[in-house]
Design a binder for this molecule. Structure first.
Ligand SMILES: [Fe+2]
Length: 223
């Protein structure tokens, strides 16, 4: 298990290779199989960027369900400390099923894991993935395509806005099958008098050539 030091210090952490090439191919192959999804979003239509993505329907494909469950288990203790440092109330049980029960009883019942497809010229504007009052402070992004061979451009962008200061931009290039965890909303940064809150957004730079698929694992469900 990784230490998560970089998550605490910079708001993101590489998790190493979580999916084999065959698993990446399998997940990409689901994109055109409408039976797995509850909705398709054309980003240009909502001015979110350009390109499209689809939210999985329940039941999730077992591979995604297993990943979501095990990643949550690793991240929940850090999430509790994170929110305490932010001085925000939050309850994250040890197990994802129990957290999802809280989401569902709070009116957030729709699944949020998603598959994103970017083609030449497509990009994702800087944003946060919040879908209601209840949110988990981390989400995981896994690259399903091979950079340089299958696409160029299309880097994960992270922008951290510091209070009363300029923003820091970071670029994360992921290999095929590699994943990173990012903060969904804030990062508690250590200051002279305890922690202060930075605001964190993410996006994807324009794809210059080819096609790039990613899997997004969001832990809270949507209204
Ligand atoms: Fe996002």
């Amino acid at each position: 298990m990784v230490s998560f030091d970089n998550l605490k210090e910079q708001g993101y952490q590489r998790l190493g290779t979580l999916l084999t090439e065959a698993q990446c191919r399998y997940l990409r192959g689901l994109y055109d199989n409408g039976g797995h999804f509850r909705s398709r979003i054309d980003m240009a239509r909502y001015r979110f960027g350009r390109g499209e993505y689809q939210y999985f329907a329940y039941p999730l494909p077992p591979l995604i369900d297993r990943l979501r469950t095990s990643l949550y288990r690793d991240l929940a203790p850090i999430a509790r400390q994170w929110m305490e440092n932010l001085q925000l109330p939050a309850e994250y049980p040890d197990e994802l099923v129990r957290f999802l029960r809280k989401c569902h009883s709070g009116g957030q019942q729709r699944p949020t894991p998603l598959l994103l497809r970017y083609r030449e010229g497509d990009y994702n504007a800087l944003h946060q993935d919040l879908y209601g009052r209840i949110f988990f402070p981390f989400q995981v992004i896994c690259c399903l395509s091979q950079p340089e061979t299958e696409f160029t451009g299309g880097e994960l962008l992270l922008v951290e806005q510091l209070p009363r200061a300029q923003s820091i931009g970071r670029v994360v290039r992921l290999a095929q099958g590699e994943a990173a965890v990012i903060t969904t909303r804030y990062r508690p940064a250590r200051g002279n008098r305890g922690f202060y809150r930075t605001n964190y957004r993410h996006g994807v730079s324009p794809v210059e050539s080819g096609e790039r698929f990613t899997l997004g694992i969001i832990f809270h469900d949507a209204e």
